[in-house]
Design a protein around this ligand. Sequence first.
Ligand SMILES: Nc1ncnc2c1ncn2[C@@H]1O[C@H](COP(=O)(O)OP(=O)(O)OP(=O)(O)O)[C@@H](O)[C@H]1O
Length: 227
Amino acid sequence: MTIRLESVNVRLGDVDVLREVSTDLDARTVAVIGENGSGKSTFARLLGGLVKRTSGSLSVLGLDPDRRAAELRRRVAIVFSNPDAQIIMPTVAEDVAFSLRGEKLSRAERAERVDAALVRFGLSELAARSSHDLSGGQKQLLALCGAFVRRPELVIADEPTAYLDARNARRIADHLFEESGHRLVLVTHDLGLAARCDAAVLFDAGRIAVVGEPAAVIAEYETLLRC
Ligand SMILES: Nc1ncnc2c1ncn2[C@@H]1O[C@H](COP(=O)(O)OP(=O)(O)OP(=O)(O)O)[C@@H](O)[C@H]1O
């Protein structure tokens, strides 16, 4: 099972953000949908080891994020809506190479991995450009490139297309859905994107309301929105 939660609670400050969340998720691509404040980002951060549970049990890729944080960080990549939060190094190529800092690679292997990732994300011509001067769409491609160059087994993307125009949103989504050996958990308000996933999870007020086929889960969400 890729992701398993049993009675997980997350309390942040004095807010019960996630309540009694139990589910098993093994689909290759999973959409996480729900209203603002329903707990989606907290769920994504929990899976990525960025938020700790208050109680319950959790396993991601067979690992408990609280006990095996370093291994989880190696095998999971997280992408947010705002790529600025993830861009660190002065140039595009340096920024992608920075993502490989923890890996034992020769100089040649490192360069090869970076070059291949730049080609895959259409960034080769921008390799020497200042990473902070890129457009929003280019920055998100760079953030994704930095995530994928590590060859993660699981990519957790929290609203990765939120600030992008339709063309860039499509490009980013196509990369996320590309079959390259990774699994995807995608938090999104874009129900078209959610429909492309193999499974969907609907959050409502910190609880999982329904899990299943995206079409059925989206229909349930639309019913909820009409209430
Ligand atoms: N650090 C925190 N301290 C206290 N409350 C928090 C904290 N982080 C999140 N919350 C609260 O938890 C709830 C769920 O937040 P979360 O960001 O997970 O929702 P979301 O479904 O991702 O929302 P959105 O669609 O608006 O991004 C919200 O009420 C939020 O205010």
